[in-house]
Structure formats: structure tokens, C-alpha cells
Design a protein around this ligand. Structure first.
Ligand code: NI
Length: 168
């Protein structure tokens, strides 16, 4: 599979995969934090914000501007400032789906040549579109793995109890 096709396939699947992870969980389970790392809810809000303020914007700038400067985003501070773990999950899921659809649409109109377009990534130096897409898919994979691990732990009984209709 060509690089861009693989990226499009992977990035477009993420919103549904996230929906699958959160399905049927209680508010308490969504906010459960067994470690200092993100809860399920925090992972979802993080993915949403990193798309909207990060990758969706970065991709748009790189495809429309000549050597733009891309701002760095501190995901950990955003989570604290915006109190992710107390926010409703539904709007975040919807925002992620919407933002991701815009990016996927944009990528469908991207050529192999566009992959060489460059930007200055704050704190990381020059970056091309190909590398940005690698970072983006890696970022998705990491958070999806964390989300699935949290879900497995909850199903195994490690977190707050499953809702009665789930436990039966
Ligand atoms: Ni992250």
C-alpha cells in the first residue's frame, strides 16, 4: 500500500476505534486513573485537542503556506488547564470525528509530491509532510493502545465496577 493510502486508512479509522473503546462505560469508568497517566476521558480529549490545535492545523498550513512555523503544543498542560477529566466525552468524540474528516478529505487531495513540503516545527527543527504524517499516526497508535489497555483493565474488574447491564 502506498504511504498516503496507509496514512489515510489509519487516520480515518481512529474516531470509530475510540468510540468502540468508550462504548457502554460509565462516567466514573471514563475518568478512572489507575496511574498518573491519562484516563480514557483524558485520552479522548487529548486526541481531540491535538487534532484541532495540532495536526489538522499543521497539515493545512504546510499544504497552503510556504515554510510555515508550527507551534508546539504541550498536551500535559492543556489537560490540566482545561480540566479534561471533568469534561463531557460526547462533544469531544464529535469534534474529533469532524476534525479528522476534514484532514482525511484534505489528504485525499494531497499528492506524493506534497509530502516533501516543509515547515519549521517549533522546538524540533525542519519537518516535511511525510514526517508530520508519521508522527500523527504514531500519536494515534500510542493513545489507542493506552485506551484499549484501560478498557481491558476495566473489563477485568480493575477499575470502578461495570454498570449492571454491562456486568450481566
Ligand atoms: Ni499525546
Amino acid at each position: 500500500m502506498e504511504f498516503l493510502d496507509g496514512v489515510i486508512a489509519q487516520l480515518s479509522e481512529t474516531p470509530q476505534r475510540v468510540e468502540d473503546v468508550v462504548r457502554g462505560l460509565s462516567e466514573e469508568q471514563l475518568s478512572w486513573k489507575p496511574t498518573e497517566f491519562f484516563s480514557i476521558r483524558e485520552n479522548v480529549l487529548h486526541l481531540r485537542d491535538i487534532d484541532i490545535y495540532g495536526y489538522e492545523k499543521r497539515l493545512r498550513l504546510m499544504l497552503t503556506e510556504d515554510y510555515p512555523v508550527l507551534a508546539d503544543i504541550n498536551g500535559a498542560s492543556l489537560a490540566i488547564e482545561r480540566n479534561y477529566n471533568a469534561q463531557p466525552i460526547r462533544p469531544a468524540l464529535d469534534d474529533l470525528r469532524r476534525s479528522r474528516a476534514i484532514s482525511v478529505q484534505r489528504l485525499r487531495g494531497t499528492s506524493t509530491q506534497d509530502l516533501n513540503r516543509k515547515a519549521e516545527m517549533q522546538g524540533a527543527g525542519p519537518i516535511d509532510v511525510r514526517r508530520l504524517l508519521e508522527l500523527w499516526t504514531e500519536h494515534d497508535r500510542g493513545h489507542l493502545a493506552d485506551l484499549m489497555e484501560l478498557r481491558r483493565a476495566i473489563e477485568a474488574g480493575a477499575g470502578p465496577a461495570l454498570a449492571p447491564h454491562q456486568a450481566a
